[in-house]
Design a protein around this ligand. Sequence first.
Ligand SMILES: Nc1nc2c(ncn2[C@@H]2O[C@H](COP(=O)(O)OP(=O)(O)OP(=O)(O)O)[C@@H](O)[C@H]2O)c(=O)[nH]1
Ligand SMILES: [Zn+2]
Length: 301
Amino acid sequence: MSKQALTGTIIAAHGRHYLADADGQKLQCVTRGKKTNVAVGDVVKLTLTSNDQAVIDAITERKTLLYRSDQYKSKLLAANVTQLFIVVATEPGFTDDLVSRALVATEAAGIQAHLILNKVDVTESLQRTRERLTVYSKLGYPVHEVSAKTQPEQTVATLKPLLAGQSSILIGQSGMGKSSLINLLIPDADIAVREISAALDTGKHTTTFTRLYTMPELGEGTAIIDSPGFQEFGLYHLSEGMLERAFRDFQPYLGGCKYYNCRHLNEPQCPIRDAVASGEISPMRHALYGQLLHESAQTLY
Ligand SMILES: Nc1nc2c(ncn2[C@@H]2O[C@H](COP(=O)(O)OP(=O)(O)OP(=O)(O)O)[C@@H](O)[C@H]2O)c(=O)[nH]1
Ligand SMILES: [Zn+2]
């Protein structure tokens, strides 16, 4: 058995088991020792250990790294993504908490963010949902309206140009239609998921792992990452300074506070608090900022 060095991209992760794609060859990979610091989207240096198995020797330098965290540890979501799409829908309702947390995470990671409003065919709640989304569009986050179910061709035509040449991750709460969108964009997604489950030996009922699909027809490097739905988007790892900069709404006011170490919560002469009072900054966003500050002070690692 010859030891051959290869470069591959991690296309799925389940626990400490990874699947890499090296020039079209799918390889089951493990890390050396107990390391679990590999993310989907990572470009890795591999040593082949059999026809379809390899050891990860090194992770090449990441352009971006998106992660979430709780009190105890952080969890890598994806590496090298250039943009994140948050899928929301007219029904069931989405929570601003998750949307805003995802946006804060993208700002901190230097990644572009877009929203996809799915199910625009549900006209009863369309107007109200659009109104809820203006807080985000006003901040410059594009909102793309689609209907995966009733206008599939148009949905694909809207999304493909946005995906071309980019590495994109899709996230969304359960029921928003993320799987429907993935299936439209990647017609073979179901087959790919079965292959990946088999290769990673996740058991036939588990499809809850992050996976990467390449879309070479949209240009070199085009990839789309589907992440399992999650309820929590903890951002305990972000420091106070990172947090205030990750709120786009705060940016025009930063530096204008009376106290140089103002936390924009109760301090007097704080232009951010003034902007909340006058309605220029949404109270929902300011409340989340306060919650995130609180979380950031709770980390135990
Ligand atoms: N009316 C309407 N229903 C849709 C549309 N897209 C998806 N749905 C429906 O919404 C439900 C949820 O869609 P999924 O694609 O499974 O949603 P998901 O976000 O992947 O949800 P999970 O699988 O729970 O993570 C399904 O019943 C879909 O048929 C749409 O454009 N319009
Ligand atoms: Zn302030």
